[in-house]
Design a protein around this ligand. Structure first.
Ligand SMILES: *Cc1c(COP(=O)(O)O)cnc(C)c1O
Length: 324
């Protein structure tokens, strides 16, 4: 059972390191903690979208497109990485951001501008309507737009995390390191779907546990299962059932998406001050905060090993300064 990967462009710095969180492990007195540094993938500060964009941009180029269009929240890491990928490959980039422009242009939004992306705001209208308008305008100007969905989470993008699981299993084999759990932030589901499928393809024996950032568990599990199944077909793996291995924890949704609370604040400070590693306020702060809480409740035993997959997002930190 070997995936048939489509072409990809080279954007990421790979393999990203696997490191031990010795001081944090000691502090929590629980399982041994490792971290996979996908905050170091590159593309104007890195993050998980870089692996997806390697396949998405290659697909855009193969279709003769000259402009990337995507969408997200005002502090979207995905949008910033898409803008960087477009610049790197000589493509235009238009971003449709939710809501209206904030008073302060900072964090990812500042980087979007520096990277030369065209910014559009959906205001109170549905984002899809605004995207259709932007795409129609580009076509009227003779451009060939390629539309990337929210988070790059379709079968093309998810392939990036199937491949990432090959990378991780090779690293763990070289280190002769066993991992019982992979824990990470899950939202639009592409990372999760890719990891679950990759785990099956490359024989990873531990559990892949997605910490939901914004969706109830049932909804996210359905999205991830459907995307993983479709991605298996896309990669020529036939019909694979992965539903049983899609596991979601939604206990840490707090006050909702991008609402920073004590969970995020504590996790960000602990990682910064014990390990010199920055987490982000929206995704990895929440997922790590949940992991820390689960460890305190005894959900993992001392003999086990948990790998936290850092998905990036640190460029958003300045935009949340007053909440941190
Ligand atoms: C987008 C993002 C995620 C979630 O990844 P999905 O594939 O959308 O589930 C996690 N962490 C960070 C920092 C992100 O930007």
């Amino acid at each position: 059972m070997k995936p048939n990967y489509p072409n990809r462009v080279t954007l990421a710095h790979l393999p990203t390191p696997v490191e031990r969180l010795e001081r944090l492990s000691k502090h929590l007195n629980g399982p041994e903690l490792l971290i996979k540094r996908d905050d170091q993938t590159g593309l104007a500060t890195g993050g998980n979208k870089t692996r997806k964009l390697e396949f998405l941009v290659a697909a855009a180029l193969a279709q003769g497109c000259d402009h990337l269009v995507t969408t997200g929240a005002p502090q979207s890491n995905h949008c910033r990485q898409t803008a960087a990928a477009a610049a790197r490959c000589g493509l235009g980039c238009s971003l449709v951001l939710r809501g209206s422009p904030p008073a302060q242009i900072t964090g990812n939004l500042l980087l979007d501008r520096l990277l030369g992306a065209h910014l559009y705001w959906s205001g109170s209208r549905p984002g899809s309507e605004r995207i259709d308008e932007v795409v129609a305008n580009l076509k009227a100007m003779g451009r060939a737009p390629y539309i990337i969905p929210l988070g790059g989470s379709n079968v093309v993008g998810a392939a990036g995390y199937v491949l990432a699981m090959r990378e991780l299993t090779e690293q763990l084999a070289a280190l002769q390191q066993n991992v019982d759990f992979i824990v990470f932030a899950s939202s639009s589901g592409g990372t999760h779907a890719g990891l679950v499928l990759g785990a099956q393809v490359y024989g990873f024996r531990g559990q892949v546990l997605g910490m939901s950032v914004d969706h109830p568990a049932g909804e996210l599990m359905r999205n991830v299962s459907a995307l993983a199944t479709a991605t298996a077909t896309h990669l020529g793996l036939g019909t694979l059932s992965v539903a049983d291995s899609v596991v979601v924890n939604d206990d840490y949704l707090g006050d909702g998406y991008a609402q920073v609370g004590d969970t995020e604040r504590e996790a960000i400070r602990l990682l910064a001050q014990l390990e010199g590693i920055l987490l982000d306020p929206v995704y990895t702060g929440r997922a790590m905060g949940g992991l820390i809480d689960l460890i305190r409740w005894g959900a993992f035993t001392r003999g086990q090993t948990v790998l936290f997959w850092h998905t990036g997002g640190t460029a958003a930190l300045p935009a949340f300064a007053d909440k941190l």
